[in-house]
Unconditional design. Structure first.
Length: 397
């Protein structure tokens, strides 16, 4: 066989999907597995959204649409940006893609040339480095330490800027840490972007999943300069429990949106037409189901955080958004169980799954080996049972 693509051979499979697949396989074998791996709400898509999809099909909206999306949806997105984020866009500054992932891929494709560097917060969402590499860019990691609530420190960020730096990637609320940036913190990042003339790619997928009195602020809304250099990414997956429907949206500079649309026109064309109509209803229709989901996530987060911090040798911060907790296992790394040294997060996650049938995502997937990520997008009963099992496991080490 002739040699295959070196670029694609260099791409790692998503470790989060791999863990979920392994846990599901065990479940299918009848094993009682508690899964903390999920990167999606465990709620079903609200009825009004499902009905809108059925109505769209019945009305014959089953054909191709414009590559960048139907006008009704773009208008709904523009309205959302205006009322939620104080951001004003025209239809030529907005496009829809097949999930947030395709949005991010399109953005990197449109702005990167070979060797361009993108500053990525570490811990990072698993797909960022691979998507940057796919677009011939170089991810440059900016450590965001737990003692700084897992947020970018401006001096660390600035020290990593070179003549090749093209963009700063921002993800607030953050996957995997749940960190939410304040206005003051965002202003500092916007200032650095202006000083070095960098794009800001702001992934705001978890915008609505935010707790207590925290408020999501889009960095693009902070100044005219920030607005012009920021490309905002958002989507339906997390807010409306629509992960399987595949719809994300982007807003920003018209020229960039045009390049992205040209690219998408050859790769996938428009995102699923029925999903687009359902998304109009999601954005314009009643939002009670979103509020319900947020209340449920908050209860689960509070339980999870209190329980983890009550277990010897484990700890975690209280995340302000998204639905993940980064559990600090640094006191366990280096200890042994069953004659095996727990030398990193992968070994910890593997042993936990074998011993207690609890699936977590090793921090190595996010570039932080002293942690594992637990998702609380699962029922409170599962969370209680799963954490009791983790407590039992840790007590044996
Ligand atoms: N961005 C972040 C930070 C995510 O966690 C995810 C999904 O896990 C996405 C983007 C992509 O979401 P989707 O492609 O499902 O819309």
């Amino acid at each position: 066989m002739k040699e295959l693509s070196n670029k694609i051979k260099d791409i790692s499979p998503s470790l989060t999907l791999a863990i979920t697949a392994k846990a599901n396989q065990m479940k299918n074998q009848g094993i009682n597995v508690i899964g903390f791996g999920a990167g999606e709400p465990d709620f079903n898509t609200p009825d009004n959204i499902q009905n809108a999809a059925i109505n769209a099909m019945k009305a014959g909206f089953t054909k191709y649409t414009a590559t960048s999306g139907i006008t009704e949806l773009k208008e709904a997105i523009i309205k959302k940006f205006s009322s939620d984020n104080n951001l004003n866009y025209t239809t030529s500054q907005v496009m829809v893609c097949t999930g947030g992932k395709q949005c991010i891929y399109n953005v990197f494709s449109a702005i990167l040339n070979p060797g361009d560097e993108v500053l990525v917060p570490q811990p990072y969402w698993v797909s960022y480095p691979e998507l940057i590499k796919l677009c011939n860019g170089i991810p440059v990691y900016v450590r965001a330490f737990e003692e700084n609530n897992f947020k970018y420190q401006p001096n660390i960020l600035e020290n990593l800027i070179t003549s090749k730096t093209k963009a700063i990637l921002l993800n607030s609320p953050n996957n995997p840490t749940g960190a939410v940036y304040s206005k003051e913190e965002l202003l500092k990042i916007a200032e650095i972007a202006k000083k070095y003339d960098l794009y800001i790619i702001s992934d705001e997928m978890y915008e609505k999943l935010i707790y207590d009195d925290k408020k999501h602020i889009s960095i693009a809304s902070l100044s005219k300069d920030a607005y012009e250099r920021t490309i905002v990414i958002n989507g339906m997956s997390k807010t409306y429990a629509m992960t399987g429907w595949r719809l994300g949206y982007v807003a920003g500079n018209e020229e960039i949106i045009k390049l992205m649309t040209n690219l998408q026109s050859h790769v996938t064309s428009n995102p699923n037409t029925i999903t687009q109509y359902a998304s109009v209803e999601a954005l314009n229709g009643p939002q009670e189901s979103v509020f319900y989901m947020i209340r449920e996530f908050k209860k689960r987060r509070d339980y999870m955080v209190n329980k983890i911090n009550s277990i010897n040798n484990l700890s975690c911060l209280k995340p302000e958004g998204a639905f993940y907790v980064m559990m600090n296992i640094s006191k366990i790394i280096g200890k042994s169980y069953n004659n095996t040294i727990i030398k990193n997060s992968l070994v910890f996650a593997d042993m936990l799954l074998e011993d207690q049938k609890v699936a977590v995502v090793p921090g190595a997937a996010f570039g932080e080996d002293n942690y594992v990520r637990l998702s609380y997008a699962t029922s409170l009963n599962n969370i209680k049972e799963g954490l009791d099992r983790i407590e039992k496991f840790v007590a044996k080490i």
